[in-house]
Design a protein around this ligand. Structure first.
Ligand SMILES: *Cc1c(COP(=O)(O)O)cnc(C)c1O
Length: 502
């Protein structure tokens, strides 16, 4: 039997249970036991004994409160139809289910643009401390001084890392941060009565959320082309700049993992036309400790604490996309500060714990190590995979499929999708595929700084082995994966018509 083809309800057998407790009256007739033990007309005034323990009256009062407060229609008429299983059935069922998923804790996860780095467990321990988890966002400020101190210190640390002046932690994702940042830019222009700035320049290599956020903000998108080196083409940018441009959204290194060397010139061109520079800092880790967006001339940025600052990605949330601003936008940040609570505090705690654990010295190693790991993998594999832009990369790089895909006569060559699926058979998560859109067979690899040389070497070996298999017989790859619970689902149907019931 395969562990994933039975639901817990199908494992159920009438009368089976995880525990057998000694028989006691209160369990055989709970109603009678409750009535006898907690008569409704208790006269005693104190419900808490001198030693602080709750007394019978305490429970009695609670019980009548609950039954008075629950409308009759909502009280359950029949027993809950729970599965009847033994303890070991439950443990095996859920442990096996947890193994159906791939995570950073189970293997190497080189998903480009996502920074799937290892998340130290100390972060989790700190984020689950009752002193923090028990807080309520409406508590008076004087009762949450410790938490506010964490927020202030994290703000300070991120300002030091990015070269910004102040952060808001309200945005709960990178895209949410982009929208917040663009709204700040809009406020800035409107306050200067500069009403004509309705357009945002976005490079063709940008992450999809950039144009999407600009659109949600009501701004028009103007695309700027990349040159043959994969960088923003300054000559193509110049004619786009004018009195209708509100901002340019960039990330540096860009989504190809390449550092925009002309950023200084781009910044002064953009500023001299009266527009601002937005920095997409979702993947800050190649820069941490090395270069600061504030020093490159950016006016506002968002970070993804759930990427760079080692919080697990939670399937679309909960994340944290704090927005940092420089001098020009500082006056507008107060409007954001007063519009909500304190952000996704658990994620902020994890980020702060991570930064403190590294300390000032080791935080400086994050960027160089991420860069070294990516270049090592790129150089080791470029004999087997097409490298369209052969230069030093930062945290990630993009291949354009196999050099020899094994295709001949009637046999179709192996595609990037086939390589990705075959990797699963060898115990590795696939890289990001078919993004960015600049190449047809894009394979975007980001190893992160958290992997050992041995792990990188075994990934390189497997990628070489897959390339050999493709050259020999691409059908080996086309049938992959061979040993996962689910092979190749219809991804469109899975997203648009998910089957959520058994
Ligand atoms: C992940 C990512 C985003 C979006 O972040 P979310 O938290 O998923 O909204 C934006 N830009 C880049 C470059 C990213 O990698």
């Amino acid at each position: 039997m395969k562990y994933y083809d039975k639901l817990i309800f199908e494992l159920s057998r009438p009368g089976r249970s995880g525990y057998s407790l000694p028989s006691q009256e209160k369990f055989s007739s709970p109603e009678k036991w409750l009535a006898d033990s907690f008569p409704a007309s208790g006269k005693k005034t104190s419900s808490v004994a001198a030693d602080g323990a709750a007394t019978d009256e305490h429970f009695s009062a609670k019980r009548s409160c609950i039954s008075a407060a629950t409308p009759k229609a909502l009280l359950r008429a029949a027993e809950l139809p729970l599965p009847e299983v033994s303890e070991v059935d439950v443990v095996r069922h859920y442990t096996n289910l947890s193994q159906m998923n791939f995570g950073v804790d189970t293997g190497f996860y080189p998903l480009g643009s996502c920074t799937m780095k290892y998340n130290p467990k100390i972060n989790e321990e700190i984020a689950s401390m009752p002193a923090f988890t028990g807080l309520h966002p409406l508590q008076p400020a004087e009762t949450v001084k410790g938490a506010l101190e964490v927020e202030k210190s994290l703000d300070k640390a991120l300002c030091a890392i990015t070269g910004m002046k102040s952060f808001t932690f309200l945005p709960c994702a990178g895209a949410h941060g982009e929208l917040t940042g663009l709204m700040l830019i809009r406020e800035y222009h409107l306050a200067r009565k500069d009403f004509a700035r309705t357009k945002v320049i976005v490079p063709d290599s940008a992450h999809g959320t950039n144009p999407a956020s600009a659109n949600v903000c009501g701004l028009e998108i103007v695309e700027v082309k990349s040159n043959s080196r994969g960088l923003v083409d300054v000559e193509s940018l110049k004619p786009l700049l004018g009195p209708d441009i509100a901002a340019i959204m960039m990330t540096n290194p860009n989504t190809l993992g390449l550092f925009e060397k002309e950023i200084g010139e781009i910044a002064s061109l953009v500023h001299s036309c009266g527009a601002l520079l937005y920095y997409d800092g979702a993947n800050m880790n190649p820069l941490v400790g090395k270069v600061r967006p504030g020093d490159m001339g950016f006016d506002v940025l968002h970070l993804n604490l759930h990427k760079t600052f080692s919080t697990p990605h939670g399937g679309g949330g909960p994340g944290s996309g704090p927005v940092g601003v420089g001098e020009k936008l500082l006056p507008y940040l107060d409007n954001v500060h007063t519009s909500g609570f304190h952000g996704n505090f658990g994620v902020m705690l994890r980020a702060y714990a991570y930064i403190l654990m590294l300390g000032r010295e080791n935080v400086k190693m994050v960027g160089p190590l991420a860069t070294l790991a990516a270049n090592y993998v790129k150089e080791s594999l470029k004999d087997a995979y097409k490298l369209p832009i052969d230069s030093v990369c930062k945290h990630e790089f993009v291949f354009d499929g196999l050099i020899n895909d094994g295709g001949h006569d009637d046999v179709h060559g192996a595609t990037t999708l086939d390589v990705a699926k075959r990797l699963l058979d060898y115990g590795f998560h696939a890289p990001t595929i078919y993004f960015p859109l600049l190449f047809h067979q894009a394979l975007m690899i980001e190893p992160t700084e958290s992997e050992s040389l041995e792990t990188l070497d075994s990934f390189i070996d497997v990628m070489h082995k897959i390339a050999e298999e493709a050259a020999e017989d691409p059908r080996i790859l086309q049938g992959a994966p061979h040993n996962t619970p689910i092979g190749r689902p219809d991804e469109t149907a899975a997203a648009r018509q998910p089957v959520l019931k058994y």
